[in-house]
Design a protein around this ligand. Structure first.
Ligand SMILES: [Zn+2]
Length: 273
């Protein structure tokens, strides 16, 4: 297993230590570029979001395999079993209870994005809602047509997350499970990590165009797929990728034989995500 690269918190500490505390200017944020050491310029994705639309939910990779491609990431388990977040090489699942549990290496996954963390400090933000925050992050770094990851570390005055309830085979479509989710609300949540991936519009289907963000409190008391949030104060760190590795479950029989021509992919993703 490749864990040579600097861990997320290692990078965070380093970035904090090098006096980037002040708000970065727009042009400085725009200078955040891919880092090629340790493959930190590569986003590795297993499966596509489009596969989840018709209910191709079988786990076709494992946490152990994903950790070979990154120490940081998000995804979902087999049968939409919870919302996954990988931080510092440890994979957590937030299920119906809303409390995070650590996953074993053999836990199977139909869809996940991972990368080797090498975040760069972008700016500090306070008193800002999620939509505005996401908009400003893209505006500042000028990366609307580029895959990048974002980490927000700080205090959220409000957070609303969800976890989909695990489905059994034969699997329903993504639209059919939309109302089968647990919702969690947090107020004044300190010591948190929101990890998101931004995907360019032209990749809608392979991923969610725009941001896909998962959340975990340091004390693991709340987490999940982020629906809404207000950041009281937090540090924003970005990592830009110039390469997408798209890994597909080529030997999965359901994937091989499925006809996607009638699946409402864009509509279902817009509704579910
Ligand atoms: Zn999600």
């Amino acid at each position: 297993m490749n864990r040579r690269c600097r861990t997320l918190h290692g990078w965070l500490k380093m970035n904090m230590a090098t006096n980037y505390r002040e708000d970065m200017t727009k042009s400085a944020a725009a200078n955040i570029r891919p880092i090629h050491e340790h493959g930190a310029n590569v986003l590795y994705q297993h499966g596509t979001l489009a596969q989840l639309v018709p209910g191709l939910l079988e786990g076709t990779t494992t946490i152990g395999e994903l950790l070979e491609h990154g120490d940081t990431g998000i995804g979902t388990g087999e049968g939409l079993d919870g919302e996954l977040i990988i931080l510092d090489g440890v994979a957590y699942k937030i299920g119906q209870s809303g409390v995070a549990e650590v996953l074993p290496d053999d836990f199977t996954v139909p869809f996940a994005s991972v990368h080797h963390a090498a975040f760069q400090y972008q700016c500090e933000r306070s008193d800002i809602g999620l939509e505005d925050l996401n908009k400003k992050i893209v505006e500042a770094n000028g990366r609307a047509n580029t895959f990048f990851a974002v980490i927000v570390r700080g205090t959220f005055s409000f957070i609303k997350t969800r976890a989909v309830i695990k489905q059994q085979a034969p699997y329903p479509t993504l639209e059919e499970v939309a109302d089968q989710q647990a919702m969690f609300l947090g107020h004044d949540v300190k010591g948190t990590t929101m990890l998101g991936y931004f995907s360019p519009l032209m990749f809608n289907g392979a991923a969610v165009a725009g941001f896909h963000e998962h959340f975990l409190a340091d004390d693991r008391s709340i987490g999940g797929h982020v629906l809404d949030a207000v950041l009281e104060r937090g540090d924003i760190l970005s990592q830009v990728f110039d390469t997408l590795v798209q890994h597909l479950p080529v030997d999965n029989p359901e994937y091989r034989s499925h006809d996607f021509s009638n699946d409402p992919i864009a509509e279902a993703i817009a509704k579910a995500e």
